[in-house]
Design a protein around this ligand. Structure first.
Ligand SMILES: C[S@@+](CC[C@H](N)C(=O)[O-])C[C@H]1O[C@@H](n2cnc3c(N)ncnc32)[C@H](O)[C@@H]1O
Length: 281
């Protein structure tokens, strides 16, 4: 069996600080999207529905869903268990497992789920892996089941002035450095979800985009949350001595200025793309 690298870990941390950041990011993105499940996907929920969340991270999606659906069967899957919360704090109907979405899913899971959900796996997938991954995950659906997937277009990240006297220079600099490094990952996925879903035979496929700054009150927290991800990435590469990495001192200085930018009203904008489709009955 060929070995597929955990490419996500090459750029992103997996520790308790990152788990807390991901939880906050999940809730802020959901607030801007306006729903956990699109209304046409939500109709597939029922008290004993079976739901799979792929690249579940901290299982934030399933923990949210469990609040309204205490008897649903909620399974989270990820390539790594490092971000999983301790099972004692998970709702009783949530269980977490290991699965590499790029590999063929076990036949025992075929046709098992009413809903398959994915959010933000892009940092872990190469351009060539999207088609295969979506084909794999569609196999999890029951006939009539729904797939819903959210990815962000980070290629269009901009740090904008929220006020006439806002500064944006340092926030823009770290944003461009991160984007330059991650572009091979971030160029794909968000723009291919609907076409790939149709390719694998899903029907009634729809997609919509919402701006991440849609809910005004979330802007400072979302901008600071993104900063934490980018400076954590910069420190990871500085510690590894990666080519072109900033020194720790340069990072500290840029970080101080970037947070001053946020204080001055600088905020981040990019689009969140949501796609959903259904396995034919
Ligand atoms: C940015 S986090 C998103 C977590 C969660 N979906 C959320 O929205 O908060 C990306 C997650 O994808 C997982 N991941 C990366 N590559 C994967 C793969 N090939 N199969 C399954 N999970 C993967 C990572 O381990 C990480 O937990």
């Amino acid at each position: 069996m060929s070995f597929l690298r955990d490419t996500y870990a090459e750029n992103m941390q997996r520790d308790s600080t990152e788990a807390q950041r991901l939880d906050e990011q999940f809730h802020l993105l959901t607030e801007n999207i306006g729903y956990l499940l699109h209304p046409s996907v939500r109709v597939k929920m029922h008290p004993q529905a079976r739901v799979a969340d792929i690249a579940t991270g901290t299982a934030a999606f399933l923990r949210d869903l469990a609040r309204n659906w205490p008897d649903a069967i909620l399974h989270g899957y990820d390539i790594s268990t490092a971000l999983y919360p301790p099972s004692r704090i998970l709702p009783g109907n949530v269980s977490l497992h290991i699965l590499d979405a790029r590999r063929d899913v076990p036949v025992s899971l075929w046709g098992q789920y009413d809903i398959v959900h994915v959010r933000l796996i892009a940092a872990g997938l190469a351009a060539s892996e999207w088609g295969r991954t979506i084909r794999n995950l569609a196999k999890l659906l029951k006939p009539g089941g729904a797939m819903q997937w959210e990815e962000c277009d980070f290629t269009n990240v901009r740090h904008l002035p929220g006020r006439p006297d806002s500064t944006t220079g340092a926030a823009t600099t770290i944003g461009l450095m991160f984007l330059t490094a991650m572009r091979p990952r971030f160029e794909h996925g968000w723009n291919r979800l609907a076409a790939e879903m149709r390719n694998v035979g899903l029907v009634d496929v729809h997609t919509e985009a919402v701006s991440v700054d849609r809910v005004y009150d979330t802007r400072p927290r979302l901008t600071a949350n993104g900063m934490r991800a980018m400076f954590s990435w910069a420190r990871l590469h500085a510690a590894r001595g990666s080519q072109g990495a900033l020194t720790m001192r340069q990072i500290d200085d840029l970080e101080r200025k970037a947070y001053a930018d946020i204080q001055s009203g600088c905020y981040v904008t990019f689009d969140i793309h949501v796609a959903w489709g259904f396995r034919p009955e």
